[in-house]
Design a protein around this ligand. Structure first.
Ligand code: ATP
Length: 494
């Protein structure tokens, strides 16, 4: 039997092929072929639900992270960014409730030994049902999960005759809770006291630094602290490519507010985040929706997901949570250090309430790629068929903004092209290529998602003009080479 950490290619294949079309599978292959995303440790057959970003993926991810950071810190009067460590004192996770509560209900099939998260098992089954019956089953499941009725959930699975996809049987264990945190040992002695966790969320690094930032930054409520960084969860059922990973990156902002004002700020941040997904990420409004939580996490008094329509359905992209004063209160109790703020406007001391926005960077990458990916076919003017695969990534996020392509390798054209690159590369990433026909080079740039190509030809030597080609429309225009930089800069500034 394969070790559990290895990827099972057949299982992977089945999971991907169960979605509505092959496009998602094609996107995954495309991501590998064009240096976006690789399976981690691929030469050793991979590590399940762990991925590496290649040369284009890393740059896309950085561009999205930078766009978020700019919106959430630079463009705000009262939000600052920090970078807390992944390892934290183990009591942090006792206080936050993660040691006791950070678990998912799981069920095992006794015949195949395969373990499922019960909500995933039921959701997968719902895909085979009529819309109304499916919605009713999801509703029942949510009610049972909200009531922590694990026996009821098992009964629901049995009553609906939900089978294991591997064994095809209904021979289920009881439903049990599994903690999702990874643990390791600090130092050389492996006893309980030295057990520490890889953080399952970045938020706690912000809570424990609340007073440090408030005092050193002379912050006045309401104010926010933002952070991006790795988080780790031992997801039992890892699937859907980079949608559900064991090591992933979060971008979170905790907004500290006066108790009682949480609903106002909750609505504010809901609207702000929805606006950001459309205006900065370029997602169409039709592919975004809110999904209100019925079962609230142990710390929340209101919570909503921003969902994106992925190729495999509507799924969570971001959470907006009203976390009350739960976290700071817990840290005050466990650390015995006061986590209070003196509000000079109302002359009161209190533990602030918190509204947080928490988005997965990897899910944003996947949403961007699935929104951008297109397989296009058309007939040329002479009737011959043509096609291309293109990533229509918004120009502000595309890894490479401009490709400069001399038509031939001689007659001084490469020198002109290099001069254009020299003039532009300080402002944005550029790419130079002289190999292959111009048509092939355009196709490669389309596949990587480069929004602009500039071709230098013999006319360029005479009048200083070049051809600029627009990726999305494939239209071409002659402009002066001195205008290239300004044109691209205009398009990438949001
Ligand atoms: P899910 O219900 O999909 O497991 P969650 O509600 O547990 O997600 P949160 O704890 O609210 O997620 O985390 C905030 C964000 O972090 C999510 O909206 C998601 O974008 C991202 N995220 C959470 N878990 C993962 C994961 N395993 N892989 C990639 N991104 C993740």
């Amino acid at each position: 039997m394969a070790a559990p950490y290895l990827c099972n290619p057949i299982e992977k294949f089945n999971l991907f092929m169960s979605y509505d079309n092959n496009t998602f599978q094609n996107l995954i292959s495309h991501c590998k072929e064009y240096g976006y995303i690789f399976q981690s440790s691929e030469i050793y057959d991979g590590l399940a639900a762990v991925y590496d970003y290649g040369q284009n993926g890393a740059q896309l991810k950085k561009n999205i992270r930078d766009a978020w950071w700019k919106t959430m810190t630079q463009m705000q009067d009262n939000i600052v960014g920090i970078d807390a460590a992944i390892f934290m004192h183990p009591t942090t996770w006792k206080a936050s409730g993660h040691v006791d509560n950070f678990s998912d209900p799981m069920i095992d099939n006794k015949d195949s030994q395969k373990r499922y998260r019960v909500d995933h098992l039921i959701e997968a089954f719902v895909e085979s049902l009529e819309k109304e019956a499916g919605a009713a089953l999801i509703h029942q499941m949510e009610q049972l999960l909200a009531a922590d009725d694990l026996a009821g959930i098992k009964q629901l699975i049995i009553d609906n005759n939900i089978k294991c996809s591997v064994s095809g049987t209904c021979n289920w264990t009881d439903v049990r809770q599994f903690n999702l945190m990874f643990s390791t040992e600090l130092g050389s002695i492996a006893d309980e006291a030295s057990t520490i966790y890889l953080r399952p969320e970045t938020a706690q690094g912000i809570f424990v630094n609340f007073l440090n930032v408030q005092k050193t930054g002379r912050m006045k409520i309401p104010f926010g602290i933002a952070q991006t960084g790795k988080a780790f969860r031992n997801e039992i059922v890892a699937r859907q490519f980079i949608f559900r990973m064991r090591e992933f990156e979060q971008m979170e902002m905790q907004y500290f507010i006066r108790p009682g004002s949480q609903m106002e700020w909750y609505e504010h941040w809901k609207a702000e985040r929805m606006r950001w997904h459309q205006e900065v990420m370029g997602f169409p409004a039709a592919r975004l929706q809110f999904h209100k939580h019925i079962k609230l996490a142990h710390y929340a008094d209101a919570a909503v997901d921003v969902e994106f329509e992925f190729p495999f359905g509507w799924k969570e992209l971001e959470g907006v949570h009203s976390r009350t004063d739960f976290d700071l209160k817990q840290h005050q109790e466990f650390s015995k250090k006061k986590q209070q703020y003196f509000d000079t406007e109302i002359n009161q001391n209190y533990i602030p309430y918190v509204v947080e926005t928490s988005v997965g960077l990897d899910r944003l990458v996947l949403a961007t790629l699935s929104n951008a990916y297109a397989e296009e076919k058309w007939n040329r003017e002479d009737g011959t068929p043509d096609s291309r695969v293109v990533l229509k990534i918004p120009a502000n996020l595309a890894p490479t903004k401009l490709a400069v392509l001399p038509l031939t390798k001689k007659d001084g054209l490469p020198d002109i092209a290099r001069d254009i690159i020299k003039n532009c590369r300080g402002a944005f990433p550029c790419f130079y290529e002289e190999k292959d026909s111009i048509g092939k080079r355009y196709r490669r740039m389309d596949a990587i998602g480069t929004p602009f190509c500039v071709t230098v030809d013999h006319q360029s030597k005479e009048d200083g003009t070049v051809t600029i080609r627009y990726r999305d429309t494939m239209t071409q225009k002659r402009i002066h080479m001195d205008d290239v930089k300004a044109k691209v800069l205009e398009a990438i500034t949001v």
